[in-house]
Design a binder for this molecule. Structure first.
Ligand code: HEC
Length: 307
């Protein structure tokens, strides 16, 4: 009896002291959904997006391997052929183009309609969520679904509904920057046939004019791009609390923290802490930032950490 108790105590101590902390785990239904997407060759979905309260918009989305994606709505078309991202504003009949680079995940994340499809391009699903909790079951568009409440590293909150039978999302609810959205999957196809490359080829509509993107998008990100990352993922610790003397609230306080070496991302403590090459890895106690987000911060620093 005594031995058993000792063993239990020992193994508890050993587990918490020696193993990486399994702080939390994605509920099985969400993990299953993420793994299914990560393994799929292509995804084709029709969704309706409603900003609550507000009108409903219908979109058609196709994702394929090697950074190819297609998001078509009545107001705009976003298209990546794996090399170039084109954004067409249908009303103005203007479009912009930029290299796809490492921004695929960030692009999917920025559109509400594609947010829940990020696991297609990010195999480590745990990086996409800071928590996931099974809430119960409900019918979504007539389909029995599990409801999983999630929080993302960027501070978004939502519920993802996953069909019990197929394991595929039937829809989700997302709260982002004070706005609430409901997205329903009307039709979802995974894999099956490969999607033709022509799906991702941009053909400018008649009379469309090409515009230059804001220089910030084309070249290096500026403070306006990285500041929201710090606001969402590094507060409150590096705000009022100034953990380790580092205050990431303003441009000047960030540079004054000496954690950024302008022009040299690799030797910046801030980057090392995000990559976990110095411990503790940041954001402390939360999952690592998505690779695409870390790359944005690196790009900002490499190009001189400009305001
Ligand atoms: C939950 C609180 C918390 C969050 C969130 C957090 N940090 Fe930290 N951070 C800390 C603490 C505490 C330390 C001091 C750690 C130590 O030295 O043991 C620290 C230290 C650091 C350091 C100094 C590392 C070193 O050893 O020189 C950097 C750089 C840093 N954080 C960047 C960030 C960035 C960037 C984010 C957001 C992406 C972030 N942190 C999010 C609490 C946090």
């Amino acid at each position: 009896m005594r031995t058993v108790v000792l063993l239990t105590v020992f193994s508890t101590v050993a587990a918490s002291a020696w193993l990486a902390p399994p702080a939390w785990q994605l509920p099985n239904s969400l993990k299953g959904y993420c793994d299914t997407l990560a393994a799929a060759k292509a995804v084709q979905v029709h969704v309706t997006v409603q900003e609550v309260p507000g009108a409903t918009e219908e979109l058609s989305i196709v994702l394929a391997r090697e950074g190819k994606y297609f998001v078509d709505s009545p107001s705009h078309l976003t298209l990546s052929d794996g090399k170039t991202v084109t954004f067409l504003d249908k009303k103005a009949n203007t479009y912009t183009q930029r290299p796809v680079g490492e921004t695929v995940l960030a692009d999917l994340n920025s559109e509400v309609s594609t947010w829940v499809l990020m696991p297609f391009f990010e195999k480590e699903s745990a990086k996409l969520f800071t928590s996931g909790t099974k809430k119960g079951s409900r019918k979504v568009a007539g389909t029995d679904s599990d409801e999983v409440a999630v929080v993302t590293p960027e501070g978004d909150q939502g519920s993802i509904y996953i069909a019990k039978a197929s394991g595929i999302a039937t829809g989700f609810q997302l709260t982002r920057e004070g706005k609430s959205y409901v997205v329903l999957f009307k039709e979802a196809k995974l894999d099956g046939e490969d999607v033709a490359d022509s799906q991702f080829a941009f053909v400018a509509p008649e009379g469309a004019t090409k515009e230059a993107e804001a220089t910030e998008e084309m070249g290096a990100p500026g403070w306006a791009t990285v500041s929201p990352i710090f606001k969402k993922s590094c507060m409150p610790c590096h705000g009022e609390q100034k953990a380790d003397g580092i205050d990431l609230r303003t441009y000047s306080s960030t540079l004054a923290s000496k954690s950024v070496v302008p022009g040299n991302a690799a030797s910046s403590r801030l980057v090392k802490s995000l990559r976990g090459t110095i411990q503790p890895r940041m954001p402390q106690g939360r999952p690592p930032l998505p690779e695409a987000t870390i790359k944005v911060v690196e790009k900002w620093i490499s190009a001189g950490a400009k305001q």
